[in-house]
Write a protein that binds this ligand. Structure first.
Ligand SMILES: Cc1cc2nc3c(=O)[nH]c(=O)nc-3n(C[C@H](O)[C@H](O)[C@H](O)COP(=O)(O)O)c2cc1C
Length: 192
């Protein structure tokens, strides 16, 4: 088993996947590990601080990619900081999910900052646990744009009161990118 340090430092955002599917049991294991994250919702007695949507259906993954790209294009229309991403959104061959065999969404309560924190912590657990098992992940933020397509969200079973707080592709890595540089921790003050 990898050490915690190896697991944390070795996890990368993977953007090239093998076509091999990920077993449902493996995904379920990872979801279970995700729910071991710290959670304010649990402390408040919430039964389900997180809900999950798992998509393995290729047709749905392609459709979601197309819908999210179209809404993202609108979203970044007048945002020069995202000029670099416009050509990808306009490219019909660009796959937002890098052709990964699975996408996991972590859903929380709409309008609750605490729920967002719970879901993000669960997401990190999920990504680290996946890496520890030889799987690759990548957070794909743009999925949130697809939430504007109400019919699609309904098809995915996402009820009105829940929002996508995290969207993570999952699969067996075909290429592991180099680690972006990490700088030493920027400690502003250490009051001893
Ligand atoms: C909130 C958030 C949103 C991200 N959105 C995307 C995304 O839409 N597409 C993508 O390829 N990577 C995305 N990433 C991955 C980052 O680019 C990646 O974590 C960063 O470059 C550091 O690389 P590493 O994860 O390999 O350490 C996102 C990461 C976070 C935390």
């Amino acid at each position: 088993m990898k050490s915690i340090e190896e697991t944390i430092k070795g996890r990368r955002s993977v953007r090239k996947y093998k076509p091999d599917p990920v077993k449902d049991e493996t995904i379920l294991d990872l979801l279970e590990l995700a729910t071991y994250a710290p959670s304010a919702g649990l402390a408040f007695g919430k039964e389900h601080p997180w809900s999950f949507v798992v998509i393995k259906d290729k047709v749905m993954l392609n459709r979601l990619s197309d819908v999210a790209k179209a809404y993202t294009l609108k979203f970044i229309e007048n945002v020069p900081a995202f000029d670099w991403f416009r050509p990808s959104c306009q490219d019909p061959h660009y796959h937002l999910y890098y052709h990964a065999p699975a996408l996991v969404m972590i859903l929380g309560e709409k309008g609750s900052p605490i729920s967002l924190i719970d879901c993000v912590l669960a997401a990190e657990n999920f990504m680290l646990a996946a890496h520890a098992q030889g799987l690759g992940t990548c957070w794909v933020e743009w999925t949130k744009q697809a939430a504007q397509d109400k019919a699609l969200m309904a098809e995915l079973g996402i009820p009105e009161g829940l929002v996508i707080h995290a969207s993570i592709v999952l699969g067996y890595p075909d290429e592991i990118p180099a680690a972006p540089e990490r700088r030493p921790p920027h400690v502003i003050k250490w009051a001893r």
